[in-house]
Ligand binder design. Structure first.
Ligand code: ADP
Length: 483
């Protein structure tokens, strides 16, 4: 077993302010994807533990919702400071369980803290309305109230920041929470419990349960005390949660899969486009829902783009995340590697040309070479499916209309990117792309100030921006008569 490097590493559930084991005592092993070695264990909990966490959140809600917005603001600011004071240690824990480079992990922790600060501020601006009344003797008020107990289910690719943008607005709004982190990366989620405890959040405001996704998810969906589910993960699981949550008409926010296109037009600055492509493709080793899944490049700059992208991809330093200079960590597990291998063999069988990479990395384990595949065609798997790995398929197109049509030919609609030097085209294409987020001559667009989220089957709701707190507030209309 590895040495426990972080003071925030917890191997227990956090329920009603207590650190507790699963009822059965059963545990799940957590491994380091860079070494394959066990880091530790977390409780394998089920329905009973989840029910208790929900009840603790419900009890805490009665007093938490009555705290002043300024009190919540101050606690969230303390939480922000605690995260930043411990950035290095939290980032090491994150790299150890998730695999990403320490530089990226430190960035993720900083973004987590930034969401906390942002929503601490937005909580103070959750204004209602006073509406001009059509009646002389009545007045109309519209107020905002916290929704209630919120359940947050989070994925393994950004185990800290995906939780932050749910937890922070929920707490700022006056909601209490039950969190289920992904079983591959539970420690960054549990660390939020340790941090909230340290800065003095009341018991039961934040509860965290690890274990069986199916059992915990079923209890969350069925329990009428839960008023909202916020989920980041696969479209498949998101749809299932929405269907189950319908039984008690819960509010839902869904951040689901993507299939991001990246368009490069003949009039683009190709060097800038390659720079943007490197971030949009290889961040977190390609394991983000906004990572480019399909590059579409116009015929005039196709060869130059492919060559430059391949050259930059070859230079990426692959290695364990904790090693100095690493730019690409391992994939999350062996299954993920098998899946990217399937994308490569499907593409080569259908005429795709591997320009660089294309196979497991010499380091072994779940390391994979940064890969560029030219001559991509619409019948290849990556036209429809999310790659979630370091493979860059490049399609060639002739006309703007063709590029926009191909880019939109997917049930997903999360992020997209395009590069052009022509202003009129920039507007045409921006308006033509059916996506929730568009990067124009930019490959990295996520920031706490802007609304993150998708259209079509990529999800419902927005996280970040001033929109990000709305999902945790209910609107109440009050009519005051007899005046
Ligand atoms: P990914 O493919 O990124 O792992 P998943 O949708 O499988 O995406 O996982 C995202 C989160 O959803 C994780 O915390 C996972 O444990 C959880 N999850 C998976 N299956 C279910 C389920 N049936 N009910 C509730 N949560 C689930």
């Amino acid at each position: 077993m590895l040495q426990k490097t972080s003071q925030f590493m917890r191997e227990a559930n956090f329920i009603g302010g207590e650190w507790v084991k699963a009822d059965s005592g059963a545990t799940i092993d957590v491994t380091n994807p860079a070494t394959g070695l066990k880091i530790g264990t977390v409780p394998k909990s089920g329905k009973a533990e989840t029910r208790r966490a929900i009840e603790a959140a419900e009890t805490a809600f009665h007093s938490w919702k009555k705290t002043s917005v300024l009190e919540r603001h101050k606690l969230l600011r303390k939480l922000h400071d605690a995260i930043m004071d411990n950035q290095q240690s939290l980032a090491e824990l994150l790299t150890m369980e998730q695999g990403k480079s320490l530089t990226e992990a430190k960035g993720e922790i900083a973004i987590s803290a930034a969401y906390v600060l942002w929503f601490a501020e937005e909580g103070r601006r959750a204004y209602g309305d006073v509406v001009p009344s059509p009646w002389a003797d009545r007045r109309i008020l519209v107020t905002k109230e916290p929704t209630g107990v919120v359940a947050a289910i989070t994925p393994w690719n950004f185990p800290s920041s995906m939780l932050s943008r749910k937890l922070a607005p929920a707490l700022a709004a006056g909601c209490t929470t039950v969190v289920k982190p992904a079983s591959q990366t539970p420690y960054s989620g549990l660390a939020w419990g340790a941090l909230c405890e340290e800065v003095g959040f009341p018991k039961g405001v934040v509860n965290i349960v690890t274990g069986s996704a199916g059992e915990i998810g079923d209890e969350i969906c069925a329990n009428p005390l839960v008023k909202k589910i916020t989920f980041t993960g696969s479209t498949e699981v998101g749809k299932m949660l929405m269907a189950k949550a319908a039984a008690t008409v819960k509010k839902v926010s869904m951040e689901l899969g993507g299939n991001a296109p990246f368009l490069v037009f003949d009039d683009a600055d190709v060097d800038r486009a390659v720079e943007g492509a490197m971030v949009a493709k290889y961040r977190n080793s390609g394991q983000t829902c906004v990572c480019t899944n399909r590059f579409f490049v116009q015929a005039g700059v196709y060869d130059a783009f492919v060559e430059k992208l391949a050259e930059a991809s070859r230079k990426l330093k692959v290695g364990p995340g904790l090693e100095d200079g690493t730019q690409q960590g391992p994939l999350i597990d062996g299954k993920a590697v098998e899946k990217v291998e399937e994308f490569v063999s499907d593409a080569t069988a259908k005429g795709g040309r591997v320009v660089t990479g294309g196979k497991r990395h010499a380091l072994g384990g779940s390391f994979f070479e940064p890969t560029v595949i030219a001559d991509a065609k619409p019948d290849m798997m990556f036209m429809k499916e999310e790659i979630f790995g370091p493979i860059a398929p490049v399609f060639k197109f002739e006309t703007e209309e063709e590029a926009v049509r191909l880019a939109n030919d997917t049930e997903f609609g999360l992020a997209c990117y395009f590069y052009t030097g022509n202003l009129a085209r920039a507007f045409r294409v921006m308006e033509g792309l059916k996506y929730g987020m568009v990067g124009v001559n930019e490959g990295l667009i996520t920031t706490v100030e802007a609304p993150f989220g998708g259209v079509k089957e990529s999800g419902i709701g927005r996280e970040g921006g001033h929109q990000g707190i709305e999902d945790y507030l209910d609107t109440k209309y009050v009519c005051i008569g007899g005046l």
